[in-house]
Design a protein around this ligand. Sequence first.
Ligand code: ZN
Ligand code: ZN
Length: 180
Amino acid sequence: MSEKSNSGCCCSGDGRADGSAPQKRLGWHEYFMGVAHLISGRATCTRGHIGAVIVRDNNILSTGYNGAPSGLPHCHDSGSACRIYKSIHPDGTVEENCVNTIHAEINAIAQAAKHGVSISDSDIYITASPCIHCLKVLINVGIKTIYYASPYKMEHIAELVTLSAIRLEQVILDRHQQEE
Ligand SMILES: [Zn+2]
Ligand SMILES: [Zn+2]
């Protein structure tokens, strides 16, 4: 005797036990960008909280958030603070960065390197578009597409994006976008 069809599986009901509407299943962009937003909650630089997730074949390979190198004081620790340096972009605009901090996407790459995970031909989800320094590294480690949530100084990276084969695509999640 065959078992009864699984169409009435206990976990595929039309509604939840409390009678509320069923939750819509997350799409892949929502899933990975949602994880990137979650990871940004671990960031320690008070100038901004960024999360990054490196993905290939819908599988998470590595993650990172912005903060101080392991074992060193974090910007948000008591008695510590961001230390800002200014640099002048060739277009004349001044950019400010925190000297204590490793950016989220570089930390994701460092984590992959530390554990021997190949990230060639992968994609990255970042809660903000990369700075030009991170973009150059993302190109060299073989990232194919950068999915970002919030734009950050896009004018600084536009030329490099055009000249390289890397793709840049904005992913907007309504609930997170409203928080920023
Ligand atoms: Zn900082
Ligand atoms: Zn960066």
